[in-house]
Design a protein around this ligand. Sequence first.
Ligand SMILES: NC(=O)c1ccc[n+]([C@@H]2O[C@H](COP(=O)([O-])OP(=O)(O)OC[C@H]3O[C@@H](n4cnc5c(N)ncnc54)[C@H](O)[C@@H]3O)[C@@H](O)[C@H]2O)c1
Length: 348
Amino acid sequence: MAEEMVKFGLFGAGSIAIYRHAPEIASHPCAKIVAIYDPITARAEALAGQYGGEVLASEKALLARKDIDAIVVATPNAHHARLTIAALKAGKHVLCEKPMATSLEDAKKMIAAAKKAGKKLMIGHNQRLMPPHVKARQLIEAGVIGDVLTFRTSFGHGGPEMWSQDKGAHTWFFKKEEAFVGTMGDLGVHKADLIRWLLGSEVLEAGAFVDTLAKRNEKGQAISVDDNAVCILRLANGAMGQLTASWTYTNEDNITVIYGSKGQMTLGANPAFPVEVVLKNGEVAQYKVGGVSTNEAQLPSGIPDAFIDAILDDTEPAISGQEGLKALAIVLACLKSAETKQIVKVEY
Ligand SMILES: NC(=O)c1ccc[n+]([C@@H]2O[C@H](COP(=O)([O-])OP(=O)(O)OC[C@H]3O[C@@H](n4cnc5c(N)ncnc54)[C@H](O)[C@@H]3O)[C@@H](O)[C@H]2O)c1
């Protein structure tokens, strides 16, 4: 199918589009960007100048373009479900950023809209495509560390106000009406997806403290979403562990440790060897696979490639709407636990 071209429209010309989606689509031999909409036109113009595509004046104009096969939704979280459903109804495949929606109901509507339209829906959970995580899953599946008993997985950095194109304390990431959730939706959702995928088991129960400890908005008030989350999870296979997400770390931390009956595995801690296995019998194995992408060192995500493959090969996307829903469900359970101060069953 190499002669086919997937023509893309982009909703959002912010950081994730700049660092990952646009360059990865533009460099794909079977894809190109034909249109971009961002309410801040200068951002769309800058992206179009670098990667091509026409700058459009409204959401409607992009949805109406007959020459667009696929749309990337890379906007603040509150617009994900609305724009995804509109794009699917307009007959486009959709790659939507995480968290896929702000409620399970909306996530289900997105999945139903894709089914009805007969179009692909993929969610941008790129953590599971990172080489150390791919390697780790193979090793876990092969039983190298035995039965997985416990884990800890962490994703933290200094905060999205340094990453977002809305740089500073006024960023949409800090506003509940645009973001719906803070660090737990920005970073925690990545690790929720990663852990259930790595261990091949669903998260059944969650307990969490999800709080705003330090971040202030442009008025000097505490932000209206969380800036730290410390969670405990129990999976269907009996494994239990911790998930932490933070916007107040000094150094970026994107590390996962999996403890099994035969040994343990550390992912993303040592840049020289992003996968390190230490077994109880004394054996040590270090794997030099590709790295874990950080805000400072952006590596290709592989997400657009996987989405384009699914369209061209007419296969289920590597990270389907249903997968996105499960990660969202874990986040929602953690939020509910923090609110009710109870251990909560994850509802899917
Ligand atoms: N997968 C990942 O690793 C990853 C990393 C960062 C961000 N994200 C996700 O990507 C999304 C965008 O985040 P970002 O970091 O690019 O933020 P950003 O603030 O840099 O950019 C967001 C852009 O969306 C634009 N926008 C707002 N409303 C819009 C609309 N209705 N239509 C079109 N554009 C609109 C804004 O003007 C802004 O330019 C978020 O959902 C975020 O969670 C994913």
